[in-house]
Write a protein that binds this ligand. Structure first.
Ligand SMILES: [Zn+2]
Length: 388
């Protein structure tokens, strides 16, 4: 039951406050004022506050989705974070290479700046980013011609907007860029080094092979689509054993991101890898226009799949809040801290044994689903909008 207020103050009353960053898991209230968390504790009172009764619900940090495509309107595959965020609890959308140097400015001006959710962009090595991805009969562009890897343009972008760029993105698989992976991998390495940001590389069908990709990654870089079942890009060998280069990459501090996507989460690969100790550093969706109606749907839907594979609730929440924030070097995000920006998501955890499907259509029996009740970003409660 909500009591409307225009004071900019909100009181979330009586929820199960669970914050993996601190280990807090208790019934408490959260008071929000001026965009920040004013207090967390029992029996808080909120004069002039909008009081939201969240008794029995799970109150967690706003989710951080480390792999999305949020350049809505500027790329065919972009989704609208402001439309989907309020129904999913995702307050931080890491956009993975939708824009390149040529169209970063449009992304910034028309989408990132006006958005009520927080969008953190990884810039694509390709000058034109992911604008060609969509409905072309013959996929061309991106880096199917390696000349789109224009380091000079990225240097200019860095001079203008360096502080806003969270990383460099490269899709290194044959279905994305033909045979050019081995050619552009060193260029992506060089770009990330020059910009001083992490490099995120998508793996899939070879070329390049996973081992070739890993040879170009360093501590703090991100490998995405870690549980894909492709040929040449899978972290398991033909016998289902984790490849030695993968263990070595983990030891070297390379971060492992799920990036479910339309074709990159295999339950079988994930289960075999996790049994052998290869856990993700982030659970992310790779949400875009061609998987939002299945098999991905949303980050909470992907989280339910990890619950279905036996991961604990705490671990699923850690890997969608503080863990991806740490991958980004953003210790201000993914946590509920008094004085910090108020990103908060409220879910009802509902028992649900419906079948959940991976990218290949294989099913696992669900355990729970996350129904988002409230999403607050930077202190603002995001309203739900009808579909565009
Ligand atoms: Zn992606």
């Amino acid at each position: 039951m909500a009591i409307s207020s225009t004071s900019g103050r909100t009181l979330l009353r009586g929820g199960r406050v669970l914050d993996p960053a601190t280990g807090r898991d208790e019934t408490a209230d959260i008071a929000i004022a001026d965009g920040r968390i004013a207090a967390i504790g029992a029996g808080l009172t909120g004069t002039d506050a909008e009081v939201i009764d969240v008794a029995g619900a799970l109150v967690v940090p706003g989710l951080v989705d480390l792999h999305t495509h949020a350049y809505w309107g500027g790329t065919v595959l972009g989704v609208d974070g402001d439309q989907l965020g309020p129904a999913s609890g995702v307050t931080t959308w890491v956009d993975c290479g939708s824009s390149g140097a040529a169209n970063f400015e449009g992304f910034l001006r028309h989408v990132i700046t006006p958005a009520r959710v927080r969008i953190l962009p990884f810039v694509h090595l390709s000058y034109i980013g992911l604008t060609p991805i969509g409905r072309l009969v013959n996929p061309v562009g991106e880096l199917s011609d390696w000349r789109f890897a224009d380091l000079r343009a990225l240097r200019q972008l860095m001079e203008q907007h360096g502080a806003l760029i969270a990383g460099v993105k490269l899709r290194a698989s044959s279905d994305a860029i033909g045979a050019n992976g081995p050619v552009v991998l060193p260029l992506a390495r060089e770009a990330a080094d020059e910009l001083g940001v992490p490099l995120m590389v998508h793996v899939g069908n070879a070329p390049p092979t996973l081992d070739e990709v890993l040879a170009h990654l360093r501590e703090g870089d991100i490998l995405t689509h870690i549980y894909n079942g492709s040929v040449g890009g899978c972290i398991l060998d033909a016998n289902g054993r984790v490849r030695p280069a993968v263990r070595e990459a983990k030891t070297r501090g390379i971060r492992f991101d799920v990036g479910h996507g339309a074709g990159s989460l295999s339950f079988a690969v994930a289960e075999r890898a996790m049994e052998q100790g290869i856990l993700p550093d982030a659970i992310s969706s790779d949400l875009h226009a061609f998987n939002v109606n299945g098999p991905v749907y949303s980050l909470p839907h992907v989280m339910a799949k990890f619950l279905a594979m036996g991961m604990s609730l705490h671990e699923v929440l850690r890997l969608t809040t503080v863990a991806p924030a740490e991958v980004l070097g953003r210790r201000d995000l993914g946590r509920l801290a008094t004085g910090g920006e108020a990103d908060v998501a409220v879910f009802r955890l509902e028992p649900d044994e419906s079948e959940l499907r991976d990218s290949a259509g294989h099913a696992r029996k669900g355990r729970f689903r996350f129904d988002n009740l409230v999403t607050i970003c930077r202190g603002e409660r995001l309203d739900r909008r009808p579909s565009a």
